[in-house]
Write a protein that binds this ligand. Structure first.
Ligand code: NAP
Length: 251
């Protein structure tokens, strides 16, 4: 007889789940038994493939188009989840983007675009999710930050500020929601092999790799495994933490 997965009966929403880390997290949570909302903004075909992969594996998925920086679009997807499955138990704030340039060349638009998706998006989704989680007296919010949010990085003032901001949001929400049995944690991936890292030059990749004690880039599954653990009841007493998933680069 097969055992029920540790997330059986839970409803998860993964933002930016059409590819990369979000895709791996969505598939992993589904494998663990959760029903998964697959959010994307513009990559519909890729998101449909994730939705299909979850269904093929025998779990339930819901495709949810929304720009996480848009309050009314966020509200609409939470309503859809509420109607379909009775609201969210697990929220993974993963949607993120980069618009890199050195400070003196960074435009206001590039600053706003990164902060709006990476930080405001997490605020809007957390607020919407917390309403149902408070009602259910159970919840997990997991924010995908970055080692760049801890250490900074030339050319990424907007990205580093957004990822550091997520850590302040994590710790504050952990304090606000702890009494309702809702944990809020962040992970800080290092360099993970996705489209985001593929955009680096070969020279930049070699320089980064030389700084990673484990001598390899991470995989989306390396991140998904830790996120899935934080979503389970096993992690019930872990809150307000930042867990590095970086092959030792931050040491
Ligand atoms: P990715 O391959 O570029 O995927 C980003 C995802 O976010 C896509 O599904 C994209 O969907 C979605 N997205 C972007 N803006 C959105 C918005 N406004 N609303 C909804 N969805 C949006 O990135 P990744 O490498 O997997 O990174 C995922 C997360 O991990 C990001 O937060 C990133 O900062 C963080 N991270 C990545 C690394 C790394 O090395 N890769 C390291 C540390 C942290 P559409 O294409 O449909 O827009």
């Amino acid at each position: 007889m097969t055992q029920p997965g540790p997330l059986q009966g839970k409803v998860a929403l993964v933002t930016g789940a059409s590819r990369g880390i979000g895709r791996a997290v969505a598939l992993r949570l589904a494998q663990a038994g959760a029903r998964v909302g697959v959010n994307y903004r513009s990559s519909r075909q890729a998101a449909e493939a994730v939705d299909q992969a979850i269904r093929d594996a025998g779990s339930e998925a819901l495709l949810l188009s929304a720009d996480v920086s848009n309050a009314s679009q966020v509200q609409a997807i939470f309503q859809e989840l509420e109607q379909a499955w009775g609201g969210v138990d697990i929220l993974v704030n993963n949607a993120g983007l980069t618009r890199d340039s050195l400070l003196l060349r960074m435009s206001e638009e590039d600053w706003d675009a990164v902060l709006d998706t990476n930080l405001k998006g997490a605020f809007l989704c957390s607020k919407a999710a917390a309403r149902t989680m408070v009602r259910k007296r159970w919840g997990r919010i997991i924010n995908i930050s970055s080692v760049i949010g801890l250490a900074g990085n030339p050319g990424q003032a907007n990205y580093a500020a957004s990822k550091a901001g997520l850590l302040g949001l994590t710790r504050t929400l952990a304090r606000e929601l702890a009494s309702r049995n809702i944990t809020v944690n962040a992970v800080a991936p290092g360099f993970i092999d996705t489209a985001m890292v593929a955009s680096l030059s070969e020279e930049a990749k070699a320089q980064v790799r030389a700084r990673i004690p484990m001598d390899r880039f991470g995989t989306p599954d390396d991140v998904a495994a830790v996120v899935a653990f934080l979503a389970t009841s096993e992690a019930a007493y872990v809150t307000g933490q930042v867990i590095g998933i970086d092959g030792g680069i931050a040491l």
